[in-house]
Design a protein around this ligand. Sequence first.
Ligand code: FDA
Length: 397
Amino acid sequence: MTNKSHVQKVDVAILGAGAAGMMCAIEAGKRGRRVVLLDHAERVGKKILISGGGRCNFTNIHCRAENFLSENPHFAKSALARFTPSDIIALVEKHGIRYHEKTLGQLFCDRSAHDIIAMLERECAEASVRTVVGANIISVNRSEQFQVHTADTVFQSESVVVATGGLSIPKMGATGLGYTLAEQFGLRIVECRPGLVPLVLNAKDREQWCDLAGVSAEVVAEAGARSQRGSFREKMLVTHRGLSGPAILQASSYWHPSESVSLDLAPDVHVMAPLLLRNARRDTAAAINAIRTVLPARMAERWISIYPPDDWTNASLTMMEQQLHAWHLTPAGTEGYAKAEVTVGGVDTTELDAKTMQSRKVAGLYFIGEIVDVTGWLGGYNFQWAWASGVSAGLSA
Ligand code: FDA
């Protein structure tokens, strides 16, 4: 502590004023706890602002534990049951925020993600939460109580809630502080990697496909080891360096370096059926026409030039059919944290109590939101986890 530092006593110090931290602050404040909410950014909730293309996909009405990756797939159940999509919808409606379902149960603000921030700020004010932005957190120690040191203040608290988020989008303020604190207090961390992130193809595949950047198709993308394998039927987009689009982003969370990704480019369609009809033409033009029913013309033409059949026998057509339904690519990597929507991995859930998010080893220390090894699918699931884990901790801290 420097001479200039002054000490402030609070009940709960929350590190990180993102979705999880703000929700936790509201719940703890409503219980009469003296809460300080600290963030190093110049304003709260910066990731909320850029989320969902500026409209914040704040929940998913179909949210279940099955929509999350974790070493312990059951961990999220308790928090998700305590604070459900209906609860966040009720809060959004209480604040008169108009919203709509876009697709697959995804709820977005009609107007802007600013509405969600304003809602959280108003709730924080009503719960007497003190928010400090521009707070440079230097260290966190624990003796009888916790001491959170910032440049000019030491916050002495009974509880510390770490809500500093994941590593994705460093330019929006993501840091590794929460992981460092977890390690400092002896908590295990499940290795982190970027998730919901575009995949970069290897040099050969890039050369063959990436000049088609902008082309998209509905596919089933599958990735991951057998124990945790994800399969998603959505749009795929060819980019200048690889593949993106919702199907690929979803599968990327399950993908590990050097593994392949499997793509069904024609889900539920027997593409070559027209060529198998009696008296049907069997040549390149007929095959391209057939493939064009499932892929854009340029991609269909490219497909045939890269995978031309040996001949036009039934066996060759069957082989072509199979190839279209099981295209295996081994990406060179991902676009990394700079482009990832989330961080997969994080604080090991075996270290935490599933009802309260409190550390089993260190009384009064909590971890919530994206920093925990619970990662949602694309589509509002990550915010639902942030709200739910924030509420769980806020009811206990
Ligand atoms: P979050 O990252 O929101 O907050 C962490 C806070 O901690 C930040 O305010 C940060 O400044 C602060 N912090 C970090 N280090 C600190 C330090 N050293 N000192 C002090 N403060 C520190 N999800 C979803 O469900 N629907 C969606 O529409 C989207 N869209 C989306 C778009 C984009 C571009 C991205 C990158 C991500 C999404 N997500 C999403 C994911 C979602 O944004 C994410 O999972 C949640 O914001 C996680 O909430 P947290 O509160 O855990 O972390």
